[in-house]
Structures are given as C-alpha cells and as structure tokens.
Design a protein around this ligand. Structure first.
Ligand SMILES: [Fe+2]
Ligand SMILES: [Fe+2]
Length: 261
C-alpha cells in the first residue's frame, strides 16, 4: 500500500493560515492524505512561529511543522516552541541550539514516516554542512523506517539539486523551501527519490514573496530598513503530494499544487 504525504510550502502569516483553514480538509480528502507536513517558519506575522500559532495550525490537521532560517525570529518563545516534538528546525545548526532536526510520525495505519529538516549554506548562514549532516541523520532515521522525507530549506537551486542527487535512492523525497517561489521541476530521480527544487509559499501573491510590495521596493530603492507587513490579497496555497511505497520507501508519484484560495 502506498502512503501519501502532503507537504505545504512556507505558510505566511494570517492570510496563509486562513487559506489552510479553508482548504486543508478538502485537499486531504481529495488526495487521500495520510500525513500533513507544513513549513511554519513564517506563520506568525511573517517571521517565526509562536505557541499559539502552532496550536492553530495543528488544530487544522497539520501533523508536523518544519522550520528554516526564520524559525528563530520570535526569540522570546523559541525554546518553548521548539520543545514541542511536532515542530522541528534544520538539523545542521550547531550543538546547543534549541529543538531537534527530525521527527518520526505514524500514519493512521501505523506506518512510520521520518521527516528531516536541513538548511542550505549558499547565501545563508555558515552552519554545518547539510550533506554530511544528512548522511548522519538519514543513517539513524533509516533504522526506524525506510520512509524518509526531507525539507531542504535553501536559497540556491544548485545546492538543492545537488543534495537531491546526492541522496537519490536513500530517501523517499527531498523538496525545497525558502525562496517562496514554486518551481515546475517535480520528478522522481532514477533511484526512487521524489524531488522538487522549491514548494513555494502559502500566502499573498500580490506581494514580494509574501510581504507588502511598497515597503520592499522602498527598502531596495533606499537601502534603508523598513517595517515589513504581511500582504493580504491574491491568496494561494502551494504544496506537493508525494506517494511512497511503504515497504521500499521509494517514491511512486509527485504532484505539485498551486491553487487559488
Ligand atoms: Fe520562508
Ligand atoms: Fe527561509
């Protein structure tokens, strides 16, 4: 029996959360989804995640939230947020950072699904090598289950593509997040790993990657700081549905979702 995973790209503030509340149940029914994972690094006002916002997202039916470079933004409660085993952050931050980088979920049928979150290093912070940390973490997770899903939160297409090829055949899927722009390159690599460079975002598309256009343009024009506000119009939900053979852990299909809400 295949199991089906729905992964939702970066949920941006309240408009993104409202889109999830409206559409998630329908998507789960239509695609007979077993596990729902979403990137939550921008879910609270566009920057970070709070306990309250995470609670709202879990009540909608999300089983696990992944993070990225913005997961640390709500500094006053980041340790509390990351104490929840249903919220993970990139595994390749230095030892001592709050939280963990992976989790093991169970489908309603009792199948274990491992989820690993990693962050890239090109045009981002110089944290530990995502390739070497992937080797270490995947070896450990595969002692529990053959099904491993990776959210690789990275800026550079080349880094995401390279890690996809590097892990082909070892994991069920690697999908990218962080750019907030969905790419149209979904495929199953030759050794059975589903791949998509970037899942995109769930939020306002009348925006610059989810944030207000005017203040972003002002920042580029003046090179001065400006206060970013989450944009509110033209809401879309970006996600991917991946089906995986439960015995081999190989991907059987990958389907991209880009829907108006
Ligand atoms: Fe993001
Ligand atoms: Fe990010």
């Amino acid at each position: 029996m295949p199991i089906k995973i729905l992964f939702v790209g970066d949920i941006i503030g309240k408009p993104g959360r409202q889109a999830m509340s409206r559409e998630l149940h329908r998507l789960v029914d239509r695609h007979t989804i077993d596990i729902v994972i979403a990137n939550g690094e921008n879910a609270a006002g566009g920057f970070g995640l709070t306990v309250e916002v995470a609670k709202e997202l879990f009540s909608q039916g999300i089983h696990l939230l992944t993070g990225g470079n913005h997961i640390w933004d709500k500094k006053e409660q980041v340790s509390l947020v990351l104490a929840d085993p249903r919220i993970i952050r990139p595994a390749n931050y230095p030892a001592g950072a709050p939280g963990v980088g992976s989790a093991i979920l169970k489908t309603p049928g009792g199948v274990k699904v491992a989820v690993l979150n990693l962050e890239g290093r090109v045009f981002m912070k110089s944290i530990e090598c995502p390739f070497l940390v992937a080797d270490r973490e995947i070896k450990r997770l595969k002692q529990e289950t053959p099904i491993v899903f990776v959210d690789f939160h990275a800026e550079a297409t080349s880094e995401k593509s390279a890690l996809g090829w590097y892990l082909d055949g070892q994991i069920s899927a690697l999908v990218g997040t962080h750019t907030h722009v969905q790419t149209a390159d979904e495929r199953i690599l030759p050794q059975g790993t589903a791949f998509l460079t970037d899942t995109g975002m769930t939020g306002s598309f009348d925006s610059v990657i989810g944030m207000g256009k005017e203040e972003t343009i002002y920042r580029f024009l003046t090179q001065l700081p400006s206060k970013f506000e989450v944009a509110k119009k033209d809401i879309r939900l970006n996600a991917v549905v991946i089906s995986v053979d439960e015995l081999s852990g190989k991907a059987l299909s990958i389907e991209r979702i880009n829907m108006a809400c």
